[in-house]
Design a protein around this ligand. Structure first.
Ligand SMILES: C[S@@+](CC[C@H](N)C(=O)[O-])C[C@H]1O[C@@H](n2cnc3c(N)ncnc32)[C@H](O)[C@@H]1O
Length: 325
């Protein structure tokens, strides 16, 4: 295995335990195949398991094809976004899945390859697309977006206090010379934002994170995929999501809570008028995190959070019959 291949799957044991499949035939959608590390462990543990593996990065699919070759026709690989998992499942020829795994974010091979432009620590083209067939990349976004949109991106996705100042500087700088490389952006960050306070993330990390989330519509993808997952899971099927920063984890936590709620009527009504059914049972009341041992072996695991929920049997009820307790 060459260096650019290395991606240590985070929370590997926890993910395998999240799907208690046994030996029967089951179907899992791995929406973020990456190098195929989680899928490989699941296929080894569960002999009846079949996997529909999705990734928006064609390089990742090639790596996963090698990692998962041992499983033969138990694996089907498709290029695309996990927000479209319902359509991919239909093309695969199934209506329901018994499990869905989303290990969101970028992989180490993506981060460590300067030609992908994800890291501010190496010079390269300012690209940041997970899917290199998609039209929008980071330099195009920086060179064309309005000042207001840029400020919103830096504030919302990078949680940067100086978002407006940075957006104004981007607009001023690009009039002289358009942004083309990661170094162009790092120089701007150093000039406008200065040094970060001790104990906080370096400023370019936050700026790069913000742009990456925008270029890949990462939060929109997540929201759509969560809803699609609930729609296509069979009763008893599980959804496991690993996130790496609070913006994503907040979305997952809220979604699980909303789907687990069985009634959203205002307080005081004697009978239920909303008809809301609980669709998910939360399996992890608190997110699972990496052990100290995993953290010291793999720094990336330090901010990983795993949340798991199980699809419930849903019976559409007659709202007039359901009395509040
Ligand atoms: C953290 S890595 C997954 C690693 C994998 N679980 C393993 O064990 O090797 C995330 C992968 O998800 C892919 N990805 C991220 N967002 C995606 C999306 N919206 N649709 C499809 N793939 C996505 C990335 O291209 C990357 O390869």
């Amino acid at each position: 295995m060459t260096a650019e291949w290395v991606h240590q799957s985070v929370l590997l044991n926890e993910v395998v335990e999240a799907f208690p499949f046994g030996g029967e035939r089951k179907l899992l959608i791995d929406g973020t195949l990456g190098n195929g590390g989680h899928s490989a462990a699941l296929l080894r543990k569960y002999p009846g398991l079949h996997i529909l593996g999705i990734d928006r990065d064609k390089d990742a699919l090639s790596r996963a094809a090698e990692t998962l070759a041992f499983a033969g026709d138990r694996v089907t690989l498709v290029h695309g976004n996990f927000s479209g998992l319902a359509g991919k499942l239909q093309e695969y020829g199934a209506e329901k899945a018994d499990g869905i795994l989303l290990d969101i974010g970028v992989s180490s091979p993506q981060l460590d390859d300067p030609s992908r432009g994800f890291s501010w620590r190496a010079d390269g083209p300012l690209d940041m697309r997970m899917d290199r067939t998609s039209p929008e990349n980071a330099s195009r976004l920086l060179n064309r977006a309005s000042e207001a949109d840029l400020a919103e991106i830096f504030r919302e996705y990078g949680e940067l206090r100086s978002a407006r100042k940075l957006a104004a500087a981007v607009v001023e700088t690009r009039q002289k010379k358009p942004f083309a490389t990661t170094l162009d952006l790092v120089e701007l960050c150093d000039r406008v934002l200065g040094k970060s306070r001790p104990g906080t993330l370096p400023m370019p990390t936050l700026v790069f994170q913000a742009l990456r989330i925008a270029v890949n519509d990462e939060l929109g993808e997540l929201r759509q995929a969560l809803q699609a997952a609930v729609d296509v899971l069979s009763p008893g099927g599980r959804l496991a999501v690993i996130s790496f920063h609070s913006l994503e984890d907040r979305i997952v936590k809220r979604f699980f809570k909303e789907e687990a709620a069985s009634c959203v009527c205002p307080p005081g009504l004697p009978v239920c008028v909303c008809g809301k059914e609980s669709t998910l049972k939360i399996i992890t009341p608190h997110a699972l995190t990496a052990t100290d041992e995993e953290r010291s072996a793999n720094k990336r695991s330090a901010c990983a959070k795993l949340r798991v929920a199980e699809k419930k049997e849903v019976h559409f009820n007659d709202t007039n019959q359901r009395r509040h307790p």
